[in-house]
Design a protein around this ligand. Structure first.
Ligand code: B1M
Length: 209
């Protein structure tokens, strides 16, 4: 089994204590950080499929998510770019009713690497909180909202519409597994990105950087 496959297997099995070391070993062996990340994302897909088929339940999903987060912590400094020049502040969070944060955390990491000063509001963020945070912080140029469940897509819509009603000029980017470009257009977002990798380029495009 390759080092990357070992990381994937450990995440799937929810072995939090072993994942960080396995990621370090894969990096030492010359595996690329992006390949290790892709493998961990793929393992979340496997975990999701096992949940859908009734093979595992919520606690196992949670344990696997914790294991992935440990691996991401190790990759963070390796994947961070040179963000010496600031593009401005970006407020980010997962919308109300939604507790998924791995995808959101990856987007935070990519936007930070691209040069945004990130304010991470965490998960289950009420629509009004995005507006408050934008007012509390300096030089906010972008608000980024994740919605990771089909059932929280209305909360994503509410977040965008609340932000636009309070701050019509504020740029908003949205994303998350159930979100599409069409839905982003429908709810009045300025942009959509399908994954963390493309979120940085889209965010820069939206603010005209
Ligand atoms: Co949940 N869950 N979960 N879960 N969970 C999914 C999402 C699900 C697909 C599993 C399944 O059934 N196959 C399913 C959703 C189905 C649907 O929406 N129709 C589901 C369900 C049903 C649930 C519960 C309802 C289960 C229950 O209680 N019965 C429950 C809901 C809780 C809640 O939020 N209120 C629940 C709970 C949980 C845990 C808490 C146990 C845990 C999350 C822990 C955590 O995040 N800290 C969990 C997990 C781990 C998953 C899976 C297995 C993995 C999610 C993940 O991290 N994926 C997931 C199955 C799957 O994804 N296949 C599943 C990896 C991550 C990198 O991908 O989040 O899509 P993703 O992020 C991507 C893109 O979406 C994009 O970039 C990211 C990186 O490339 N992106 C953006 C995200 N935000 C973006 C923002 C942008 C741009 C791009 O711009 C702003």
């Amino acid at each position: 089994m390759s080092k990357v496959e070992a990381v994937k297997a450990l995440v799937e099995a929810g072995k939090s204590k072993k994942v960080a070391d396995a990621v370090q070993e894969a990096l030492k062996a010359g595996d690329k950080a992006q390949d290790i990340l892709d493998a961990m994302v793929a393992s979340m897909g496997v975990v999701g499929d096992k949940f859908s088929s009734g093979e595992i339940f919520v606690p196992e999903m949670l344990i696997a998510a914790k294991a992935m987060s440990k691996g991401v912590e190790v990759l963070k400094p390796v994947m961070a770019g040179d963000s010496s020049s600031s593009l401005g502040t970006c407020i980010m969070g997962t919308v109300a009713g939604d507790l998924h944060d791995i995808g959101k955390n990856l987007v935070v990491m990519m936007l930070e690497s691209a040069g945004f000063d990130m304010v991470d509001l965490g998960v289950d963020v009420p629509a009004e909180r995005f507006v408050e945070a934008a007012k509390e912080n300096d030089n906010v140029v972008l608000i980024a909202c994740s919605g990771l469940l089909t059932t929280t897509m209305p909360a994503l819509k509410e977040a965008v519409q609340t932000i636009k009603a309070a701050m019509p000029e504020m740029k908003v980017i949205v994303g998350g597994a159930p979100v599409t470009q069409e839905y982003a257009n429908e709810i009045g977002a300025d942009g959509y990105a399908p994954d963390a990798g493309s979120s940085a380029a889209k965010a820069k495009e939206i603010i005209g950087a």
